[in-house]
Design a protein around this ligand. Sequence first.
Ligand code: M6R
Length: 605
Amino acid sequence: MCGIVGYTGTQNAAQVLLNGLTKLEYRGYDSAGIAVVQENSIAISKVTGRIANLRAKTEDGRLIPGLTGIGHTRWATHGAPTDQNAHPHASNDGKFAVVHNGIIENYMELREELTQKGYHFESETDTEVIVHLVEMYYTGDFKRAVMKASARLSGSYALGIVCADVPDTILVVREASPLILGVGIGENFFASDVTALVAHTRNAIYLEDGEFAALTPDAIQVYDCSGHPITKKTSRITWDIQAAEKGGYAHFMLKEIVEQPRAVEATMAPRLRNGQVVLDDLDIDLTGIRKIVITACGSAYYAGCAGKYTIEKLCRIPVTIELASELRYADPLIDEHVLLIVLSQSGETADTIAAMRECQRRGAKALAIVNVVGSTIAKNADYTLYTWAGPEIAVATTKGYTTQLTVLYLFALYAAKSLGTVSCQEYKRLLAALRALPKQMQNVLDMNPGIPKLAEKYHDTPSMFFIGRNTDYAIALEGALKMKEISYIHAESYAAGELKHGTIALIHEGQPVIALCCNEAVTEKTMNNIIEVKARGAEVLAVAFKGNQRIISLADDMIYVPKVDPLLCAVVEIVPLQLLAYHVAKENGCDIDKPKNLAKSVTVE
Ligand code: M6R
């Protein structure tokens, strides 16, 4: 995820910025840059790659002296990781520079408008529109220009902006992206993350959405969205660096679980425009497609298993889902009438790359759904839709999986509309349901404070079964994978109807069975399976919508989720299973963020 920092005071700004950016390295990034205000001008230095390169290029900041500046680590979203796309971005007159965290959703319209007005763009980023807007609105009043520019933006943004005409001032703006001000003595700071501040000060002001602030060495003035000065409380940062990196959470995995509503929103919101799904990067004629093949590994494969139901149901095209490690050697029946959907968080999984190449060789077009911009899969696919989840640090994927599902849902709706396989009414209904998902994920996080207690009860078991039918089964697959990879408990997912065909032989007194019962079309059937395993002594933890009294009376324990259409349910229903796996692993003292024998990105076969 991008990181931003800013400094105004009496020290060499570039050095403070470089140190601040170094503290943000853990978040992941692919380019970095700083801008320092000098006499009547702004000096900018940017590099692709590590902060160390930026240190070398600027001789540790000495080559660009100055007392006020802004800095950025970029994790590419709009445009590849290049020097040109790296922040800060400058206005055409060189008077302003901006750093930005977040996504500007209406940047295409703004870019068009600004281009028509004669502003030229140096990068492919969404961010660059901001600095040109500020230049356009500037008539000698920096604050007014920034306010007017911000009013034109939709999306999420934390901004730091400097102006050569007011060399000791930084303006910062916050909307749906974290921004913290560091209060010093004779110097002030801002950053997207407290880790960049604590070396200098532990006194912080947290901006709220819609607020902005002017920082000079001696003062911080915060304003509300209409520009009226407001008084903010200064808080004390008590976290140590390690806790701060994890946002105060004990593990990256927990932080990433909690980040999911925001990640899903960031993935979805820019693609929902004027009451429809808009996939700018997908210029594809679907009418000749006879079959969709989804391929991936691990959790990405399981995201495909759940997405298959949604695509088939809405598009009425057969979808098969293939493990990439199998597909690559399967002599697959693939031709130019197949659309291959490739799912990968990292974009570097060796088997997935090989499967994609094999299918492309046989004539299929590949649509990649990838989180890392510029990765091998993103570069080699015919079309790429990014999941804007931000970097995932924990080895066990959480937000990577849910944002992959989000893009599959978007694709299903988009394709169904263009193929005419969904009614107008159903399209509208599902769109509204899609928009509600981030809130419902948040509800799951809020309505299950009992999961750590359940983990205490269930952690001491050599094995667990996860059962469900239809979409519930697809989610059970990922739930079981989460459990085994971080808690090392053997966990097996089973299509509930298959139990009688063998697995029920393993059910004995006290055997934990996690029963997913959210797909109402098949809940009755799954309840019969619950009765069967209970009759053999199983301890059943059911996941269901609140209010389902029959399940409550059958199960030993309950986890509740809000009611969601089964076609979109996986992103919500998986959240409590991630939390359960997390807390069981914690009970068992496991190394949650780095489970044994696993790597974040499997770049070898
Ligand atoms: O980067 P990818 O999405 O291609 O990775 C695929 C799998 O290696 C990955 O999902 C793996 O299963 C994770 N450990 C799951 O948490």
